[in-house]
Design a binder for this molecule. Structure first.
Ligand code: GAP
Length: 465
């Protein structure tokens, strides 16, 4: 069994070394809790988003997409409850002055705090368990009182001209508010009828107090959210369907069921009917990957109230009017990337040597086919390899590589999860065939150049998310 701390360090090192994930602003000393996705990272997250979109929009007649703006009217965040209640409790260590999230300190002490607790409630729980909590920096147990800090990130957009200039404009804290406020536009402009969903992928921003665990919790991140509008009677039936659908999404993309678990929220916010998270077995333990919540009619009721626009649905089929209830599926792209990297990271012993390979689903890997001339100093092999690269690159994400010996090139591609490597050698010039090497079995097969594209279409087509 891989030492968990070790595994995390190996993933962080591999993703940096191989160009998946870089700390933000590194040459300036870094920028806390923000990360950049490098050349392979951007392919990986694009493929994750593509798989999600395919599952949530393309293959669903009852769900449409949206791309709403990051900036929205400040009142939206009042209506949603974020201005008043979107906060984390923070305490300061009196010895080393580190600022630490109290719910995390309690979690380390195996005491569960509820994120909806008031400042007073969290302080009571903190006081009851103070002897069990320790500063992770200096090990002391002497803390200030917990104070709640709002997580919304403010901007200064337009606050010199507009009539709402008294209120700050926030960078959105979650993408779903853009869905709620466009629900009526979508209804009026499409043929969607309740039950139906709106899906969106986009950036969200939160003033996370403690930056922890790599891309698991960042201050700028991308969310993939789908909000499903249902009649009150259908809410729980649709909720169960969505839970099952989302669970299968992860299994289909290669996550082992033993690495997933449901976490049921015990202390629900007043409007919620039920809330579950899908947790993944990250190197630091089972933690939330995605939230699937039955939210009642809270969101549209609040936006009706604050905007003055009636958002009730006129159900002509059943001759009734109601405020649609909402069930949501909400996940983070970075968290999924970390989950897929964790799941696929493999170390193997091959002929006495260790091999690191990402055994990741072919739909998600950054590069599908790598193309190598066996020798760099043989122009005819390089020219042929370039020709093959040019032929395949329109259909598949390919990479040409003539650097180093062939063993090194295989190792590099294994580390980024490339499922197929094509080598052009001396025999190629005689029999117009190439060697195709399979990432997982490492078996090598001779394939004729003429049918190469079709060969890969068959191998990869069903994998093109
Ligand atoms: N609209 C509901 C909502 O935003 P959430 O539990 O706060 O709920 C949903 O976030 C998902 O977004 C989480 O399950 C996680 O995957 C991702 N997420 C939330 N905060 C994040 C952060 N600071 N960094 C990375 N991902 C985050």
């Amino acid at each position: 069994m891989e030492n968990k701390q070790n595994l995390m360090e190996k993933i962080v090192a591999l993703t940096k070394r191989r160009g998946f994930i870089f700390p933000s602003s590194e040459i300036y000393g870094g920028f806390s809790a923000v990360y950049d996705f490098g050349p392979y990272g951007v392919e990986l997250i694009n493929n994750i988003k593509k798989a999600w979109w395919r599952s949530m929009v393309q293959t669903r007649e009852d769900i449409v997409g949206l791309d709403s703006a990051i900036f929205m009217h400040p009142k939206i965040w009042e209506a949603s409850g974020h201005v008043a209640g979107f906060s984390d409790p923070l305490a300061e260590c009196k010895k080393c002055h580190a600022r630490i999230r109290v719910d995390h300190l309690l979690e380390e002490a195996e005491v569960q705090a509820d994120e909806k607790m008031s400042e007073e409630e969290i302080n009571n729980l903190f006081n009851e368990n103070k002897d069990k909590t320790k500063c992770p920096k200096c090990g002391q147990s002497d803390f200030s009182e917990a104070k709640k800090f709002n997580l919304l990130v403010k901007s200064n957009l337009g606050n010199f001209t507009e009539d709402w200039s008294e209120s700050p404009v926030y960078l959105r804290g979650e993408t779903c508010q853009g869905i709620y406020v466009n629900y009526k536009n979508v209804l009026d402009s499409t043929r969607m009828k309740v039950p139906f969903g709106i899906a969106q992928i986009g950036k969200a921003f939160r003033n996370e107090i403690t930056a922890r665990q790599f891309v698991f919790r960042t201050r700028e991140f991308e969310q993939m959210e789908m909000q499903y509008f249902v009649s009150p009677k259908e809410e729980m039936k649709e909720y169960e369907k969505l839970r099952e659908y989302r669970w299968k999404f992860y299994l289909d993309l290669g996550i082992k069921e033993e690495n997933l678990q449901w976490h049921k929220h015990e202390n629900l916010v007043f409007y919620a009917k039920e809330a579950y998270d899908i947790e993944y077995n990250f190197p630091f333990g089972f933690k939330e990957l995605e939230g699937i919540h039955a939210r009642g009619n809270y969101d549209l009721t609040q936006h009706s109230k604050f905007s003055g626009v009636n958002l009730e649905y006129n159900d002509q089929k059943n001759e009734e009017k109601y405020m649609p209830h909402i069930i949501e599926a909400s996940s983070g792209v970075g968290r999924l990337a970390l989950a897929f990297l964790t799941e696929s990271y493999t170390e193997e012993e091959v002929n006495g040597e260790s091999r690191v390979v990402l055994k990741m689903d072919k739909r998600l890997v950054p590069i599908k086919i790598a193309i190598f001339p066996l020798l760099k100093n043989k122009p005819e092999l390089v020219t042929k390899a370039k020709e093959i690269f040019d032929e395949l690159k329109g259909d598949f994400m390919c990479e040409f590589d003539d650097n180093g010996n062939i063993g090194k090139r295989y190792r590099r591609q294994d580390e980024i999860g490339t499922p197929y490597c094509v080598t052009i050698d001396h025999e190629t010039m005689e029999d117009a065939s190439v060697t195709v090497r399979d990432r997982d079995t490492m078996q090598q097969t001779r394939v004729r150049i003429e049918g190469l594209s079709d060969y890969f279409k068959e191998k990869l087509n069903s994998y093109n998310a």
